[in-house]
Design a protein around this ligand. Sequence first.
Ligand code: ASP
Length: 451
Amino acid sequence: MKVIKFGGSSLASAEQLKKVLGIVKSDEERRFVVVSAPGKRNAEDTKVTDALIKYYKHYRSDRDVTADQDWIINRYKSIVDELGLHSTILEKIAAAIKDLATLPIENNEFLYDTFLAAGEDNNAKLIAEYFRQEGLNAHYIHPKHAGLIVTSEPGNARILPSSYDKLEELRNSDEILVIPGFFGVTTDNQICTFSRGGSDITGSIIAAGVKADLYENFTDVDGIFAAHPGVVHKPHSIKELTYKEMRELAYAGFSVLHDEALIPAYRGKIPLVIKNTNNPDHPGTRIVLKHSGESVPVVGISGDDDFVSINMSKYLMNREVGFGRKVLQILEDLNIRFEHMPTGIDDLSIIVRGRELTPIKEQEIISQLTRKLEVDEVSIERDLSIIMIVGENMKNHIGVTATATRALSEQGINLVMISQGSSEVAIMFVIKTADEKKAVRAIYDAFFKDL
Ligand code: ASP
């Protein structure tokens, strides 16, 4: 039994929906279909979710919302017309979109989420209708009836663990269930969404809930590439990745799948595959708990910019009990998350995301480090990027770092910092952002050119 999730670009037009139908029909184990809202048809287009945000803002500020409603309804209408669906489905969708502008504004912390969720909810109704017209025994199910109960955190819901028992009952359904992604309901019956891109999370939750044999996540690329295609020319798509590797790659710029989507499938031990709606015969990328058989030491290379390093040194730092804690306390008081903390004997660097460090916070950190912690030197280094070289199997190989650093030195790239966690899932290099693309290309070539 498989749970299959389609992203917005796979559902953007009638033409795409025909491919979706073909994919669902081609395998009778595909019993649970989780859908996003219609996405962009081309680069200039607007996602329905973004149109709903605009509609919400206009409604809140008491502006005329007719144009917003018409735009969204027309978006569904063009799909309904092209698929030749009965007009009653469009009437239902139009009424649901218009009804949003009758909801109370005051004391309604779930209003925004209710607007946003309408994108997925109406799309699921439309798709179930289309499947039925094409002879599938399919049914729309609202997350509330499916049992997808979430915490009351608008825009950032989390699944309540108690939901899983109810979700498991969905296994007994003999129909194909079409489930809107991206939201659940709270115990008080309020619509509450996950963070943006959260339909992936719904798919993962349903897969864990029904104890699926596979969670198939369909998008518009042939799986996960070993490097960013905007940086490396035609990188290969990775056949198999472990959850840990995926997390490391996603951390530094790989955004095919929502970060949080891995958790339910991982805990439920459900294998996941990322596939392409436009090329369904391509095997895509499988995400598994453990590699099956022989695997290469490095699976992928990612790079991400906007990192800042707060560097400090103090003579005999290593002998001072509690020094690290005090530094981190300064950051905590300023509500700054830190990402990495490479250390030397007498120096310590804290790497944070650039957006976390406003000029005022930067000044405060420098002043506290100098006054309270009496460091000898402190400096802030901006425009840094990190490069992650990822592969669980590197722990069994000698020379991975040597290969990577040789590639950098051949390109004349200076390594600012280097760090490797004890789990040896990834090696992290910190370099100047100006060198990032060149570095990713050089390291990619060093590991994969001869493959
Ligand atoms: N439609 C939502 C968004 O654009 C959720 C999703 O597509 O996964 O963020």
